[in-house]
Unconditional design. Structure first.
Length: 173
């Protein structure tokens, strides 16, 4: 039997995926109550818990690293109201939609480019993992996301200003 290599290239995100698989315990998706923060203390800063709310996605909880990287804590707000730049906002919503529709984890990597010249400024890796209370409908998505930067000045710009981006990896797991 041939195995497929994981597209996940960050050990924190691979740990998040392994944990999600473990708590799913053979079911299509784990329930929220299966998730125990005490099991994943090193991942918590990089995790967002997002409610599925009639086709929209609302941040229920945002880890400290994610709040810092985004330049704000968007807890309680909708994804489509918070993310800057119409193209990136649509891209992010499509990732949530795919995770919810397919009821499977989705992995994505994107490069964010400078507005002048298109030089790479940051690289983000995100893993979207569905949660379900009834085993059929996705009620929440747990997202683990990490950021890589070329320099501190770029990091300080956060996501408050829209930047051109290019998705370089997308995989349904």
């Amino acid at each position: 039997m041939e195995t497929t290599a994981s597209p996940i290239t960050d050990t924190r995100l691979q740990s998040a995926y392994d944990y999600w698989c473990r708590i799913a315990a053979g079911r299509p998706m784990p329930r929220r109550c299966d998730l125990d923060p005490a099991d994943i203390p090193r991942l918590l800063p990089h995790v967002m818990l997002v409610d599925v709310d009639h086709g929209r996605y609302r941040y229920r909880l945002i880890g400290t690293a994610n709040a810092q990287e985004h330049g704000m804590n968007a807890t309680g707000q909708y994804v489509d109201e918070v993310l800057k730049g119409s193209e990136y906002r649509a891209h992010a919503v499509r990732l949530y939609d795919e995770c919810a529709r397919e009821r499977r984890p989705v992995y994505s990597e994107s490069l964010f480019l400078s507005p002048a010249g298109g030089a790479i400024e940051r690289h983000t890796k995100a893993l979207f993992m569905p949660l379900s209370e009834d085993g059929a409908a996705v009620t929440q998505v747990i997202v683990a996301q990490v950021f890589l930067y070329l320099d501190q000045q770029t990091r300080d710009q956060h996501f408050l200003v829209a930047r051109p981006f290019k998705q370089i990896v997308r995989a349904r797991l």
